[in-house]
Design a protein around this ligand. Sequence first.
Ligand code: ZN
Length: 247
Amino acid sequence: MMGFNKDQKIIGIRVLKDNVIWVWKNDNSAVVVDPALSQPVIEYLKANNLDLEAILQTHHHSDHIGGTRELIKEWPNVKVIASVKEKNRIPFQNLSVSDGDKLRLLNKEVQVIEVIGHTISHIAFHLNSEVPVLFIGDTLFSAGCGRVFEGTYNQMYNSLKKIKSLPKNTLIYCAHEYTKSNLLWALDIEPENKNLKKKLIEVEKKISLEELTIPSLLKEEMKINLFLRADNLKRFSFLRANKDSWV
Ligand SMILES: [Zn+2]
């Protein structure tokens, strides 16, 4: 299933249970974010006559890097961009980056932002354009945030603060379609929250039409994402622990 955003030319390829591989493209070339699998990406790029300029890796989990080796075989000159701290766990990277680095991809400026918590070296890519774009991997989801596997709650809380400081018209492209279950959890915490109720109706409609519920605007996440709205570490920690045990 694919979602299409006309202005940004970013499409989502849904794979595995709930992963979304983002393909950002112009007329000739493409940048792929976190390819869990290679085949659907190869098929899409070939069908649209697109060269693969770069692969962006937000972190090392297999459902984000699983397709990369096969894509390198098809496009041997592709830039594989990943955190310099992950040379062991993302060994095929050939352009290693750190927090604050600026790249030029598809003639646009892309800035690397380190967002530690889900892993100890997770990075995001912020694209400066008319509508700013953030490829955030597993750090933030619509109405949710990533599990804290390797970092600390404090690191994740600070990473969310970095996201909050971005322009509010930033479109957030996360790597999983978790929106509905995140909203159901959030409504358990705040049953009377009207913004959550309204968003759930919108999301259920999109799902019934087999559309993606992402990307979402940072401005909207500031209303419906309890993790972004947590204004201290204690509240964030309560929410994260609660969500971990929520079924
Ligand atoms: Zn992950």
